[in-house]
Design a protein around this ligand. Structure first.
Ligand code: S3P
Length: 166
């Protein structure tokens, strides 16, 4: 089984994924990091500016297929993987991937992103970001097997809740 973490930007997929991986001795993969390394862009702003969002989604799909060949891994996805249902289907193929949605209220995410230096081209305008959040909420819900509310919890509490869910 593989554990796939999905959720909006700032929901803590990477931090939680790394902590969970250590706890249960699974290998950990961060999709954004792998894609930037493969494509040679320094960050997502550069990738979006030079190649556009479709380029990212194509890479996410082929990386999902590559990662799905592995076993006992935890994957931190980019917040937009739900925009292409094929990416989710690929992870779920043969019942291999358990999809966990890390849900947080928009205010919580906005606060976290404000103090995080990671370039996020789709969170540069707060009104647009809220629209995207509202649009994606039902997609995260329908794509996942379980929802973990991470709004008011620390990493340890979130990892514990995931372990109980598993
Ligand atoms: C995106 C989320 C980002 C990154 C890219 C696009 C999105 O990842 O993949 O900037 O469409 O929500 P994080 O969710 O890790 O910030």
């Amino acid at each position: 089984m593989n554990i796939i973490l999905i959720g909006f930007m700032g929901s803590g997929k990477s931090t939680v994924g790394a902590a969970l991986a250590q706890e249960i001795s699974f290998d950990f993969y961060e999709m954004d990091t792998i894609i930037l390394k493969k494509t040679g862009f320094s960050d997502m702003s550069e990738l979006f500016a030079k190649k556009g969002e479709g380029f990212l989604r194509d890479h996410e799909l082929s990386l999902a297929a590559e990662l799905s060949e592995k076993k006992r891994i935890i994957v931190s996805t980019g917040g937009g993987v739900v925009m292409n249902p094929n990416i989710i289907h690929t992870f779920k193929k043969d019942k291999k991937g358990l999809i966990l949605y890390l849900h947080a209220r928009f205010e919580v995410l906005a606060k976290r992103i404000k103090i995080d230096s990671t370039p996020r081209p789709l969170f540069s305008n707060i009104i647009q970001a809220k629209k995207l959040y509202d649009f994606r909420l039902p997609l995260y819900e329908s794509s996942s097997h379980y929802t973990i509310d991470v709004s008011d919890k620390n990493i340890g509490e979130i990892v514990d809740e995931i372990l109980q869910t598993l």
